[in-house]
Design a protein around this ligand. Structure first.
Ligand code: NIG
Ligand code: FE
Length: 412
């Protein structure tokens, strides 16, 4: 099965050589080919170049992309799309003056979602979650990471991870699973956090590993949730089970979690709304990706991660949605890319690099997706007719996608 896309106005994020990620000044460079062709065979990108060199072979499918652009699908490296119900009530409470912290302290927040998820059947959870996955695929996401962390009991955490596994089996999109048992201390362990950590390490983690349900381990390292010492415990145990760390840090307070992430070779440290100079210095030159979640800052009205400072200091940066019921009920990567430009002063080139190749790296998928490179999956976005790729973030709140392809197949 071979498809030719011809007369593409601009083919975006072309990387002839495989790369892991892009950092610092390089992020402002987005290689493209104007008036291009692209050939997809058996789901993979097999050839591309200038129309002047377009092969004259016969194809099963020829798509005329005159006036349109093609770029690799968005890579969303941080989501919580497996959840039950919603927290619209808390949204209104916040409008009326309560803070996210006050709501959490009153038993709302993550514990509210955990209660609802515990009461939802695996089938019901799958139905709710698959709708969200289909929604974000239509919005251009072509690789995704999904976390547990709204279970907070052995059964409910395993239920979440089994739902992720089922999504993986039933949808043509690469999915990575993260075990986030240390998301909040459940009510029954309210005065016994050590007991909960023990449960996570001695009971839940071995089960997760036994059923091979997760690739990564995550912790909400934050004042009032899990301390740096707690984070160390979980990461150390996770590594023994082959789970690579990817952690929530510096969302509301900077308590030293970035250093711990780097110490345990975290693949990524995510949120980073509160960054100290020393946190930036610690990340420099490491293999740990910084991941910013601008939709979360937007929805909670908290600071944005200091992208300019981080990129100017030479760090790599990825962008992800954080799609979850409490802090970011949106999985729209187009909005993330626009918000990164508008609020974080990233250039369109930096934002697109952050949302494609760097996002792919932040979920260990940089060999599979995230750029137009021979041998990678043909997970692609075909835009509407637009004059330049800067129009993608410029037209915020809308999107410029006409069609999405996963493994070269149009998703309707
Ligand atoms: O990434 N920060 C921790 N976890 C989620 C939100 C959790 C919730 O409010 O349900 C996040 O923002
Ligand atoms: Fe999150």
């Amino acid at each position: 099965m071979a498809t030719l896309f011809k007369s593409i106005k601009e083919l975006i994020q072309v990387r002839n050589e495989p790369i892991s990620f892009i950092s610092g000044k390089e992020m402002n460079v987005l290689p493209t080919i104007e008036d291009a062709f692209l050939v997809v065979e058996n789901g993979l990108i097999v050839n591309f170049g200038s129309m002047d060199d377009c092969p004259t072979d016969s194809y099963d499918n020829i798509i005329d992309a005159t006036g349109k652009m093609i770029l690799p699908s968005w890579c969303d490296s941080h989501t919580h799309i497996v959840y039950a119900g919603n927290r619209e009530g808390e949204f209104v409470d916040r409008i009326n003056g309560l803070s996210y912290e006050e709501i959490a302290n009153n038993g709302g927040g993550i514990l509210n979602s955990a209660k609802e998820l515990q009461e939802t059947s695996e089938e019901g959870l799958y139905q709710q979650s698959s709708k969200r996955l289909e929604e974000v695929i239509q919005l251009g996401t072509g690789a995704i990471e999904i976390k547990s962390g709204y279970g907070l009991t052995t059964d409910a955490e395993i239920k979440m991870l089994r739902v992720i596994k089922r999504l993986k089996e039933n949808y043509p999109i690469p999915i990575k699973a993260t075990f986030l048992g240390a998301h909040a201390v459940p009510t029954n362990f309210k005065n016994n956090k050590e007991g909960y950590l023990q449960l996570l390490i001695d009971e839940i983690m071995p089960k997760v590993a036994d059923e091979n349900l997760a690739d990564y381990v995550d912790v909400f390292c934050e004042t009032g949730y899990f301390s740096v010492a707690d984070t160390e415990l979980i990461l150390k145990a996770g590594k023994q089970y082959g789970l690579v760390p990817k952690i929530h840090v510096n969302q509301f307070t900077a308590i030293g979690g970035v250093k711990t992430g780097v110490k345990y070779d975290a693949l990524s440290v995510d949120h980073l709304e509160e960054m100290r100079e020393k946190d930036i210095a610690i990340l420099k030159g490491t293999k740990t990706m910084a991941v910013a979640l601008p939709s979360c800052s937007y929805f909670l009205s908290i600071p944005y991660a200091p992208a300019r400072k981080m990129i100017d200091a030479g760090l790599p940066l990825a962008l992800a949605t954080d799609y979850n019921p409490g802090s970011t009920p949106s999985g729209n990567m187009n909005f993330v890319v626009a918000t990164a430009c508008i609020k974080m002063k990233m250039t369109p080139e930096e934002a697109i690099n952050a949302a494609t190749i760097n996002g792919a790296y932040a979920m260990g998928l940089e060999k599979e997706v995230g750029s137009i490179t021979k041998g990678k999956r043909a997970n692609l976005l075909l835009t509407k007719s637009i004059n330049s790729y800067g129009f993608i973030p410029y037209s915020f709140g809308a999107h410029q996608i006409e069609k999405v392809y996963l493994n070269g197949v149009e998703i309707k």
